[in-house]
Design a protein around this ligand. Structure first.
Ligand code: NAP
Ligand code: ZN
Length: 353
């Protein structure tokens, strides 16, 4: 028996999101059926809905920061039962056979991972639809346990903003004695500040927005640098072991390279595409500096991050909205007017026609 679900979808790259009825698959023996309570609003949802990266398929139901309650489990499911509070992030499947999957790096699956939305389920050829909806069906392996004691709405963005910040912090071994900088104070940026601080690093925020200084300090920044001020940029020369750049659109990364310490790495997590202006390799070569990229995180690493947040009482700063307000939320995100993540309460969808 397939599951009828209501959600909010983009019907084209230019139309606002609106109500959309669709069908989730019949649960398979390894599936978990989840009633969605909250779903965070990631800037990637805007990129997908507006086809910024090409290849979007409509209707498109965004949402990959999902927290909900299990209502039903398949006969082969052993880790979850009805009533459990669980999370689903950006991935709902991967091949489980390639080298990347074997190393717990499902996000880099060599056969092609299955994204939570705007993708196709290789088992049945059906489109995947995300968390701006009442219910989701996900194979057990890609379902996360939510730690006790965290507010469910505020924890939802950990499933993408949290893990996307955590993975580079862990990969580049950030800890006490590390000097970390974050570019852009939005959803990812505010979690990168909190997590880097909790790992023991000295933390700096690069921002274009002078008004964000007090918030940045409260979120964990020891120092704030206005990236538009050359003197302030020069004041942090040779400083950072790791820079996490969350800016969603093309921007000049050359001015950040001199702020890396010798051997330091600037990791891009926001913008996807050709760099402009071009990257000058000379300062990289001369000081063994690197520019890298990083995509979300694997399932085990996501559980590690959630458990860390549970132990350290770390959640996101959120503004909870009704799904009917999602189009205004997108516009506000584009104006950098969000503190610091919108989260949709899916109860707003129930009984609404
Ligand atoms: P967000 O909440 O909109 O925050 C982005 C921040 O970047 C803004 O608050 C602003 O900070 C700064 N910014 C925005 N436009 C800018 C511009 N034109 N030039 C310079 N700075 C700008 O977005 P988010 O949800 O954190 O997502 C950030 C990016 O990461 C998006 O592109 C998203 O698709 C991507 N993403 C990647 C992954 C991954 O796995 N790699 C995962 C999730 C999201 P200030 O006001 O402080 O300057
Ligand atoms: Zn995301």
């Amino acid at each position: 028996m397939s599951i009828n679900v209501r959600g909010y979808a983009a019907h084209s790259s230019t139309s606002p999101l609106g109500l959309f009825g669709f069908v989730r698959r019949d649960p398979r023996p390894d599936d978990v059926v989840i009633d969605i309570l909250y779903c965070g609003v990631c800037h990637s949802d805007i990129h997908h809905a507006r086809n910024d990266w090409g290849g979007a398929t409509y209707p498109l139901v965004p949402g990959h920061e999902i927290v909900g309650r299990v209502t039903q489990v398949g006969t082969n499911v052993s880790r979850f039962k009805a009533g459990d509070l669980v999370g689903v992030g950006c991935l709902v499947d991967s091949c489980q056979r390639c080298r990347a999957c074997g190393r717990g790096l499902e996000q880099y699956c060599e056969s092609g991972k299955t994204l939570t939305y705007d993708d196709v389920d290789p088992h049945d050829g059906m489109p995947t639809y995300g968390g701006y909806s009442e219910r989701i069906v996900v194979t057990e392996k890609f379902v996360l346990k939510m730690p006790d004691g965290l507010d469910a709405a505020a924890a939802a963005p950990l499933l993408c903003a949290g893990i996307t910040s955590w993975s580079p912090l862990r990969h580049w071994n950030v800890g006490p004695g590390s000097s970390v900088a974050v570019v852009g104070l939005g959803g990812l940026g505010h979690m990168a500040l909190k997590l880097a601080k909790a790992l023991g690093a000295e933390v700096t925020l690069f921002t274009r927005s002078p008004g964000k200084e007090a918030d940045a300090r409260r979120l964990g920044a020891d120092h704030i640098v206005l990236s538009t001020e050359e003197a302030q940029m020069a004041g942090v020369a040779n400083r950072f072991d790791l820079i996490i750049d969350t800016v969603p659109y093309v921007h000049d990364i050359n001015p950040y390279v001199p702020t890396l310490a010798t051997g330091g790495t600037l990791v891009l997590v926001g913008y996807l595409g050709p760099l402009e202006p071009m990257l000058n390799s000379a300062p990289l070569v001369m000081n063994r500096k690197a520019v890298a990229g990083s995509l979300i995180g694997g399932i085990a690493e996501t559980q590690e991050m959630l458990d860390f947040c549970g132990q350290h009482s770390i959640v996101c700063d959120v503004e909870v909205i009704r799904i009917q307000d999602i189009n205004e939320a997108f516009e506000r995100m584009l104006r950098s007017d969000v503190k610091y993540r919108f989260v949709i309460e899916l109860a707003s969808l129930k009984g609404w026609v």
